[in-house]
Structures are given as C-alpha cells and as structure tokens.
Design a binder for this molecule. Structure first.
Ligand code: GSH
Length: 235
C-alpha cells in the first residue's frame, strides 16, 4: 500500500518556524562551552547573547535566578544551568545521542559530568584559570600564585590519578562514543590550558592523550580558537 498522495508535501506549511536557540553567557566559561560543544556535536544552530557571570540585572535574574551563566532560550522557554540545558537539548535534538541509554552507563556518564562540574571546575578553572586570566582581566588584580601552585601541584594530581584510572585504555570515558562525560570533563581542561597548563604526559600519558584527542575534535577546536583570540595570556 502506497502513502496517501500529498501527505508529505510541504510538511511545515502553515506552522510557525522554530526560532534559533539562544545561549546566554561568554565563551570562556567552561559551562557555556559545555553547552556549545553539545550543540555543535548535534549540529544545532544557536546564537550567543553576551552575559557576564554574576549579572545582576532583573532581566537576566528572571532567566537565571542565581545570576550564573549559561542560560538557554528556546523561543519563549528559558532555563539556566549547563547540565539542565544539555539534558533538554538531548530530548529536543536526540541525534547523535550524548547520553548512554544503558542505565549503568548513563549513571557513570552523569557522575563524570558532576565530577567535571564540581571537582575539576574548582581546581582547573577556579584554582588556575580564574587566578591567572579572569582575575587580572575582570578585576585588574594579580593572580594569587599560592592558590595556583596548590591547585597545579597538590590538588590536580589527585584528580588526574582518578581520571586516568577510570579511563584505562578506552577512547572515551563511558562506552564507545562521545558522551556528556567527555564534554563536561574536557571543557575544564580548556580553562586549565587557557591558564597556561597541560596534563603532564610523562606522569599521566593516557589522560594527556585523551584530553588532546577530545579537545582536537572540531567542536572543541573551533571554540578554543575563538576564545584564544579574545583572552590575554595568563598573568
Ligand atoms: N552549575 C552551573 C554552574 C555555572 C557557573 O558557575 N557559572 C559561573 C561562570 S563559569 C558563573 O556564572 N558564576 C557567577 C556566580 O556564581 O555568581 C552550570 O552548570 O551551569
């Protein structure tokens, strides 16, 4: 039996065109980058609206009550928080999937996302990038190198040991393809690099190769280039 004629012709006629997704934030934020990489990997067009961290305007607080970046607008619908936004995008744009469907793998992917957003963010982004790049740039202050050295020499090694042990010989942290785990973890390494550091490949060879591989993907690469053009060298 054939399809009824004309059923598929001009399927969108009469329907309102979907407006482009809008991401509020600035490129150097690891959480903004996390969302942008997910969108690029899914080939979803989006536009950026510049909002700096801690924006106190009533307009932005109405979208992001904690004043944090990123936030998303999809037409009239708005929502803050990178993890929430990425989960939303997965539902609205399922291909390619960035969340495993198998429950245990999904749980591990969400765990690494949490680990990236908290433990890695505190050390690689707050401990290094904030001190050496954001603080001089936004506040005109010198970095506290005690904080940086403690982050690099004492706090990061514990995190790198753990990540390398979890990675083993695998290409990705969970399963056989890129997931939110890789995006959330590796976005923090971009800020570490903007802050002047990379993973020591003689001490953590597998982790260093993994980070280099993920950051070499087209999605990360194009954002890193864009950010480098706007950021000063680390102080
Ligand atoms: N859990 C949030 C964290 C976002 C976040 O901490 N963003 C920082 C910039 S990298 C921010 O906006 N900080 C401003 C503030 O805390 O007031 C997410 O995943 O989106």
């Amino acid at each position: 039996m054939g399809r009824p004629k004309g059923r598929t012709a001009k399927p969108h006629q009469g329907k309102r065109r979907r407006s482009m997704l809008k991401i509020y934030g600035v490129g150097a934020s690891p959480f903004v980058r996390k969302v942008r990489v997910a969108l690029i990997e899914k080939n979803v067009p989006y536009e950026m609206k510049t909002v700096f961290p801690g924006d106190n305007s009533p307009e932005y607080r109405a979208i992001s009550p904690l004043g944090k970046i990123p936030a998303l607008a999809d037409g009239d619908f708005t929502i803050p928080d990178s993890s929430v936004i990425c989960a939303y995008i997965e539902k609205t744009h399922p291909e390619p999937p960035l969340y495993p469907s198998e429950p245990k793998q999904l749980a591990r992917a969400l765990w690494f996302e949490e680990y990236g957003d908290t433990a890695l963010a505190e050390v690689l982004t707050l401990g290094v990038f904030f001190q050496r790049v954001a603080r001089p740039l936004l506040r005109g202050e010198q970095p506290d190198m005690n904080v940086v050295n403690e982050a690099v020499n004492e706090r990061a090694p514990v995190l790198f040991d753990y990540l390398q042990s979890q990675l083993g010989d695998a290409e990705f942290l969970v399963g056989n393809s890129l997931t939110i785990a890789d995006i959330a973890v590796c976005t923090q390494f971009v800020n570490f690099a903007h802050g002047g550091y990379t993973v020591d490949s003689s001490r953590w060879p597998k982790l260093a190769a993994y980070v280099e591989r993920i950051l070499g993907r087209e999605s990360f690469k194009q954002l890193i280039e864009e950010e480098k053009a706007t950021l000063p060298p680390p102080a």
